[in-house]
Design a binder for this molecule. Structure first.
Ligand SMILES: [Zn+2]
Length: 481
């Protein structure tokens, strides 16, 4: 995610705009870590996968392996009909279980082909009681049919999260930490990544962009056409998207064979010149982070001045103000954030610190920017920059310091351990955790091992405190004057 004002010189706009009091936390109650497998005989408690910041997000008791989402959307009426198949493996016996779905009217639920009972609870819980309990270890399919008008997007820390109208009368989905459950039932936690397939039917004249690889659209004889997208690489739910608009598509192939599809909403066609740098940007990022880890590439250029651009998997969504640096940032996330996802939201520096530092690396390589000078200038610009933690910053504060203090911290780390070790870390970390989840403490351990050096005090000073690091950490190695 990249905030409109998170440009490197505008260090403190985020704090100044009072973003702290946002509504992203759905509950302040913390719940015990329910992942720590409950006894098989006992039903896991229904709501919440255990993230301390968003305790109601996701659900315990199963692991989704695949989503197959089918929707019809009528832009004229703004109504959606959905039919979603969720394939999962039970990690506990399930006399009942939950999916997350916000709003929309559910007309039927079946589990393993048999009709199931269901109720709606709280903000977004769909509580399902199968005709007979799912046994621990079983794979099972849950089919949910639903319809209605998707709920309006909610205000998150950087703007609207969820299903959002577009100026041309279409719609798109973007939001972090949640957005998927505005349009399909999901286990809405980044810990439960799954493959994702979408068939989206729209009236002729409209078209659909989403994640992954496309198959040819299939026109019906009823004036509607179905678009087909398939993401075979496991994806966190907040990185799924759909965009319904009168898109202009550009299609090409990278040298590696990876298909590229980019889409431009009416009025955003001038962004083709920005997107034309994508192959060069991905080649550069591969030189730093290793082979591109996604099945497809591209971009979704909406003609909306939303507060952020977002690294939706393989195909980021760009706000109208996005330019080259944002394309670098969102594509860096394809390694840092998407292929390697956070274990908990407190680990967000693994996403944003790296995507922000990728912009520094790009400027260094392409524009000859002296990063040591840039670092010194920014450190000198004000100590407010250090007033937030980069790790475990608290719910609602995830998208603050990571953009400005984050790249400074990584530059200091680079100078602390030297380029050889730092470059190895940048490449070996995404390889080690490809297609998985990892935590910030895992990363600290990995860097110390790679560098052959105890970095506990360095990490404490830069990432785990909200004060200015001591000079030995602020000006390590060649940064020392
Ligand atoms: Zn980002």
């Amino acid at each position: 995610m990249h905030h409109r004002t998170a440009m490197r010189v505008v260090c403190l706009t985020l704090a100044a705009t009072g973003l702290a009091a946002c509504t992203v936390s759905r509950s302040n109650e913390s719940s015990p870590a329910q992942d720590e497998a409950p006894p098989a005989a006992e039903a896991p408690s229904g709501d919440g996968a255990g993230d301390p910041y968003y305790p109601e997000d996701g659900n315990p008791g199963y692991d989704v392996t695949a989503y197959h989402v089918q929707i019809s959307y009528d832009p004229g009426k703004k109504t959606l009909q959905g039919d979603t198949l969720v394939t999962a493996k039970a990690s506990a016996a399930l006399p009942k279980f939950n999916l997350d779905l916000l709003g929309l009217d559910v007309s039927s639920v079946s589990v393993g082909g048999a009709e199931a009972k269901f109720t709606r609870e709280g903000d977004h819980e769909l509580v399902i009681t199968p005709a007979k309990p799912v046994a621990k270890g079983d794979s099972f399919e849950t089919r949910v049919k639903y319809d209605g008008t998707p709920d309006g997007a909610q205000q998150g820390s950087l703007g609207e999260n969820g299903w959002q109208p577009s100026a041309s009368g279409g719609a798109f989905v973007a939001g972090e930490p949640h957005s998927a459950t505005y349009w399909f039932p999901a286990n809405d936690t980044p810990k439960d990544k799954a493959t994702f397939k979408l068939d989206a039917r729209v009236p002729n004249g409209w078209s659909v962009i989403s994640n992954g690889v496309e198959s040819p659209a299939t026109p019906g004889n009823d004036g509607w056409t179905t678009y087909h997208w398939n993401e075979p690489t496991r994806i966190a739910t907040y990185l799924t998207t759909v965009g319904i608009d009168k898109w202009t598509f550009e299609r090409s192939t990278l040298d590696s064979g990876t298909p590229v599809v980019s889409a431009y909403a009416p009025g955003a066609e001038d962004k083709m010149s920005v997107e034309s740098r994508l192959p060069e940007i991905l080649t550069f990022l591969e030189s730093k982070f290793g082979p591109y880890p996604q099945s497809a590439a591209g971009g979704i250029y909406i003609n909306e001045n939303i507060g952020f651009s977002l690294e939706t998997q393989g195909r980021p969504i760009y706000a109208a103000w996005a330019e080259e640096a944002v394309v670098v940032h969102e594509n860096a996330h394809q390694w840092y954030g998407n292929s390697v996802s956070v274990s908990e939201w407190k680990d967000i520096c693994l996403n944003e610190c790296f995507a922000s530092y990728a912009q520094w690396l790009w400027d260094e390589a392409k524009y000859g920017v002296n990063l040591d000078e840039q670092y010194r200038t920014e450190v000198a610009s004000g100590h407010e920059l250090f007033a937030e933690k980069l790790y475990d910053m608290g719910a609602g504060n995830e998208f603050g310091a990571v953009y400005e203090k984050g790249p400074l911290a990584l530059h200091a780390l680079r100078r602390e351990i030297g380029d050889d070790a730092f470059n190895r870390v940048l490449k070996e970390w995404p390889a080690k955790h490809r297609d998985g989840n990892a935590s910030w403490p895992d990363f600290e351990k990995f860097v110390s091992e790679t560098a052959g050096k105890d970095l506990t005090a360095f990490f404490e000073a830069w990432f785990r405190t909200d004060t200015v690091p001591g000079d030995e950490f602020l000006y390590p190695g060649p940064l020392r004057r």
